[in-house]
Design a protein. Sequence first.
Length: 239
Amino acid sequence: MKKLSTLSIMQPTFLPWIGYFRLINISDHFVFLNDVQFEKQSWQSRNKIIINGTPKWVSINLVKSSLKSKINEIRYDNPSFSIKKIIKTFNQEYAKCDYKKDGLEVLNFLEDCHSNFLAETNIELIKFICKKFEFESKFYLSSDMKIDETRTNRIIKICDLINPRYYISTIGAKEYLNKDNFKNRSNIELKFFNYREKEYLQKNTKRFYNKQSIIDLISNLGWKNAKNYLNKNYEEITN
């Protein structure tokens, strides 16, 4: 049995990129940061797939909300229309991919989700994909933790509750975590995740594009080979 010792925290994004799932795979504990402020035109409601040979956005329509709304308060606006449009585009653009049916399984699950809330649906989809990959991470919702703090203070509180040996942060947060003196304020050892994807064959484009939605990897490699891809260590953890 794996020792429960690593923690990562991420917002629940829409059809997340490959690195998101690599981070989950190396984390024993994974917290969905679902009660922070929603940002319009962000990864929370859109992501990229290959369309006409280059990366393009696919997104979900949302009900207009207050600028102060939290992610878990955001609702879909006619989700069936948005998802059917994404599926139609996917069927056209990924027709030549060997494992198109595997990628379509992800979108069909998304279409069958019954929640009208963005974060809840994103989380259920992420969990579905992780189950297919047979990941063993334990999931949490930050909203269940009732932490009334922001930025590094919130992260430290979450670390205190779960008490892992390591907190693995995305490299983008390095500047503010260092500025806020995380290492001297917590007994948890801080590591940074700086993921660089290894190239794989993308059958619907002439060159490799990184940072695509996970459905690109699944459609090109299939569930089994995509899992093997995500199990490989590319030395992405730094101090």
